[in-house]
Ligand binder design. Structure first.
Ligand code: C5P
Length: 232
């Protein structure tokens, strides 16, 4: 299987507070995107990044990542107005020989390479779509528009879903190209595959694959990196 990682990195990251695009915010002195791409680059044949759409951003991202994965294994495109559009724009430039695709948020900079390998192994084993996920630890409640509790959901059947998510290339292309898919605003790619009625396999996620969304997440990421440095 020839593999590529598609990395949507075009988000503004407003919940992280004032600053540039989230993927370019620094974590231990390096942009989040560099951390994410370094792990993926050790696992897949090609990395395609959807950069922020601002003028010059794609060139900046290209220069940043060349030393990380090498120019021959890197493609950078300008991303779009939604995550889904950014993924679609990156999928459009995949070379014909790619048969397996990982989609990974730049906002999950510490997802270990081993997680990407386990997703690819499940694809190799014949799955069409594979997602890493963890059990939900909080109690989850359904509320109405007035913030009144409607129901407490049985958390034993809930999973918090991460990336990298893995797909057979043709399945992912079909999911993104399905009629109306561009109007769906799916928050992950597996959601689009589910709408095709195809099975999505869950594999164990990693606590280190958490998404950097708010300032506290950055502090946690710094702590994880410090702990890794202490172990090595
Ligand atoms: O906003 P959120 O954290 O859910 O974004 C998840 C990922 O999607 C991030 O890596 C972000 O850069 C990316 N994204 C994108 N294009 C957008 C919005 C988000 O590539 N227009």
């Amino acid at each position: 299987m020839r593999t590529a990682a598609v990395v949507p990195a075009a988000g503004r990251g407003e919940r992280l507070g004032p600053g540039g695009p989230k993927a370019l915010r620094l974590l231990a002195g390096e942009p989040l995107l560099v951390h994410a791409v370094r792990a993926l680059g050790s696992v897949v044949d090609l990395v395609v990044v959807a950069a922020p759409p601002a003028p010059g951003a794609a060139e900046e991202v290209d220069a940043l990542l060349r030393p990380v994965v090498g120019p021959a294994r890197l493609v950078v495109v300008a991303g779009g107005g939604t995550r889904q559009e950014s993924v679609r724009l990156a999928l459009a430039v995949l070379p014909a020989e790619v048969t397996g695709v990982l989609v990974h948020d730049a906002a999950r900079p510490l997802a270990p390479a081993g997680l990407a390998r386990s997703v690819l192994a499940a694809l190799d084993g014949g799955a069409d779509a594979v997602i890493p996920a963890l059990p939900v630890t909080d109690t989850v409640k359904l509320v109405d528009a007035a913030e009144r509790v409607v129901q407490t959901v049985d958390r034993s059947v809930l999973r918090a879903v991460q990336t990298p998510q893995g797909f057979r290339r043709d399945v992912l292309a079909q999911a993104h190209g399905a009629p109306g898919a561009d109007r769906l605003e799916a928050t992950d790619d597996a959601g689009l595959v589910e709408r095709l009625g195809l099975p999505v396999l869950v594999v164990p996620g990693s606590e280190e694959a958490f998404k950097v969304t708010r300032p506290l997440d950055l502090a946690l990421a710094e702590a994880v990196l410090a702990a890794r440095a202490g172990r090595s």
